[in-house]
Ligand binder design. Structure first.
Ligand code: PXL
Length: 265
């Protein structure tokens, strides 16, 4: 067991899918954790075959194997924060909820991953229902994009008021905080606006939009991993969102290949 009394050692755990093309999923998480000074542990919940242009195939990892990966990781080194990404099946949602309760895992950041930006729906039919009934209540923060917020809340998001309504509806499902990411929202032509709802109030994070030749793969994974890393390092939810967004913007601005985030800027 790695000792936990050092104030410069920040273990974090990602339970997510593998992206063989390196930009999203667990690969993005580990790169982000490392760049933000954290030690990345992982449990692979699904394996995808894809590149940024085409999502070809995925297979879920067996639930017992997901549980054991978590068990062996956290028994070795207790994470200060945990992130979930593409869990892929209802059985994996359930086993992750069980592991979170069994091992009392702290500061859960859930990227709900209901669809990938390269087009494929990646989940089973009742995935959303089970996510709502079994996992969302464990979350310290959930980070849906526009489409995911629409699916979770059941409302369509056409205005900024709708963003706030959706955040409120999702909050009622039990997470301590909701962040609706602004990447797919186009009410403001100048800025990309992320919205946090804490139950007490709304906070807007407005950053000037930057136009890139090619859109980036893995921005959602990177944002939630950076948020997880900031929480592990002891920042509160508001500062952690700000740092996560700044990290993502830095990785976009320093990109040296179109569409590929640079984690070593
Ligand atoms: O960005 C969502 C996402 C999450 N996890 C994996 C992915 C993707 C998108 O491609 O491949 C493994």
């Amino acid at each position: 067991m790695i000792p936990q009394n050092k104030n410069d050692f920040f273990p974090v755990l990602s339970i997510a899918g593998s992206d063989n093309s390196g930009g999203a999923g667990i690969q993005a998480d580990i790169k982000t954790f490392m760049a933000m000074g954290c030690f990345g542990l992982s449990a692979v919940a699904s394996v995808t075959v894809q590149n940024p242009d085409k999502f070809a195939f995925y297979e879920a990892v067996a639930p017992a194997l997901v549980y054991q990966q978590i068990e062996y990781a956290v028994n070795y080194c207790k994470p200060l924060a945990v992130k979930t990404g593409m869990l892929a099946t209802v059985a994996n949602l359930q086993v992750v909820a069980k592991a979170i309760a069994d091992f009392r895992l702290p500061s859960l950041v859930m990227d709900p991953v209901l669809a990938s930006s390269n087009g494929e729906m990646m989940t089973e039919a009742n995935y959303v229902d089970i996510l709502k009934s079994e996992l969302i209540g464990h979350c310290f923060v959930i980070t849906p994009n526009r489409m995911e917020a629409e699916i979770l809340s059941g409302i369509s998001i056409e205005s900024y008021d709708d963003v706030q309504r959706a955040a409120h509806i999702i909050f009622e499902m039990g997470p301590k905080n909701v962040v609706i990411k602004g990447g797919h929202l186009h009410f403001d032509n100048e800025n990309s606006v992320d919205t946090l709802f804490t139950g007490k109030g709304y906070h807007k994070y407005s950053f000037k939009k930057i136009n890139f030749k090619k859109s980036f793969h893995g921005t959602g994974c990177t944002f939630s991993a950076a948020l997880c890393a900031s929480l592990a390092r002891g920042f509160d939810i508001q500062k952690s969102i700000e740092y996560a967004k700044l990290y993502l913007i830095g990785a976009m601005q320093s990109s040296f290949f179109p569409g590929v985030l640079n984690h070593s800027a």
